[in-house]
Design a protein around this ligand. Structure first.
Ligand code: TXA
Ligand code: MG
Length: 319
């Protein structure tokens, strides 16, 4: 766990334009000073991220929102009050002080207060809002441990703060609640059902190609290097094989598989989400030729898990 001195040093690296990877409750973020265009540019470079994919700005406190962006629409304020700190990203108007590179030129900005003590202490000590995408190379699996960040980005990052495995394991839910009808732009760790308790029914609009609404939303995203085939709900896994790995929800599959990962033996969706990327990282490292994955139940955070699996499978072709 990061010591106070490490946090202070990391905060000063942020203030002076450097890149700091830090834990959040969802996944590790790759942070830079959101008020510094050159620092933000380094994020895109380190991740090999296309410049059209905007970043999320992270704040230490709910109370930091208004001073940065001014007043926000009532539904946005209500969601922030209810779910921050937490795995919810909200869309607001981009304030002048945040350079356009952070939002990829959009007039809007994504913002959240993460529910992780180290993240919040780091941001507070830096004294600036922190732009941070997930700390992985573009299109690859999100990191849920500091080791994943080091393996994926290595020397491109100035400091990696190790806060242990992340609690939620998948990214924040993104909601645009500025208009009359709140729109979910990315399924994530906060279940849609929870959002709807505050806003009433939402529209789910997950882009998947071209210039996406939430480019996290590109079809082939969150992908292991190994081809991944997603079974249909209830589809039996066929036979194993010494070159194939299997990602199960709760029950081990029959047959011999080179590697098997079970997301939650008790069938708990929150646990399954927390273990998803870690399990995929491990299957990816197992040297198999194909990963076969089964979907999880399509409710609560299970919808976000299935969304990630569908995107990981988007480039799969029969072979
Ligand atoms: O849980 C998370 O949100 C993690 C941690 C580090 O906070 N961050 C994360 O960032 O997942 P990233 O860059 O991997 O995903 C950010 C998503 C992208 O899909 C991006 O397109 C979307 O947020 N986004 C950013 N600004 C936006 C905006 N103004 N309008 C719509 N979508 C936006
Ligand atoms: Mg990402």
């Amino acid at each position: 766990m990061p010591a106070d001195g490490d946090l202070a040093e990391a905060a000063s690296v942020l203030r002076t334009g450097g890149l700091v990877a830090f834990p959040t409750e969802t996944v590790y973020g790759l942070g830079a000073n959101a008020l510094d265009a050159r620092a933000a540019a380094r994020i895109f470079e380190a991740k090999a991220r296309p410049s059209f994919d905007p970043l999320i700005t992270h704040l230490a406190e709910v109370a930091d929102l208004e001073p940065l962006v001014g007043s926000v629409p009532p539904a946005v304020a209500a969601l922030a009050a209810r779910f921050w700190p937490g795995p919810l990203t909200l869309i607001v108007d981009r304030p002048e002080v945040v350079p356009p590179i952070v939002t990829s030129g959009l007039a809007t900005m994504a913002v959240r207060v993460p529910d992780n003590e180290y993240a919040r202490r780091l941001i507070a000590a830096a004294g600036v809002p922190v732009a941070a995408p997930s700390a992985n190379r573009f299109g690859q699996l999100s990191p849920t441990r500091a080791e994943h960040v080091v393996r994926g980005l290595g020397a491109a990052v100035d400091v990696v703060l190790d806060g242990g495995p992340t609690r939620c394991g998948i990214e924040s839910t993104i909601v645009d609640a500025r208009g009359d009808h709140p729109v979910v732009l990315r399924l994530g760790a906060l279940p849609v059902e929870e959002v709807e308790k505050v806003t009433g029914p939402v529209i789910i609009r997950l882009g998947n190609s071209g210039q996406p609404v939430a480019p996290g939303a590109l079809a082939a995203h969150y992908a292991p290097r190994t081809p991944l085939r997603l079974l249909a709900a209830g589809e039996p896994p066929a036979e194993g094989g010494e070159r194939r790995g299997y990602l199960a929800f709760r029950d081990r599959p029959a047959g011999d598989w080179a590697a098997v990962e079970v997301l939650s033996v008790s069938g708990d969706l929150t646990e399954a989400a927390a273990r998803l990327f870690e399990a995929l990282h491990r299957l990816d490292a197992a040297g198999v030729g194909e990963i076969v994955a089964e979907p999880v139940p399509e409710n609560g955070v299970g919808r976000a898990v299935n969304d990630r699996l569908r995107r990981a499978a988007a480039t799969w072709r029969p072979h």
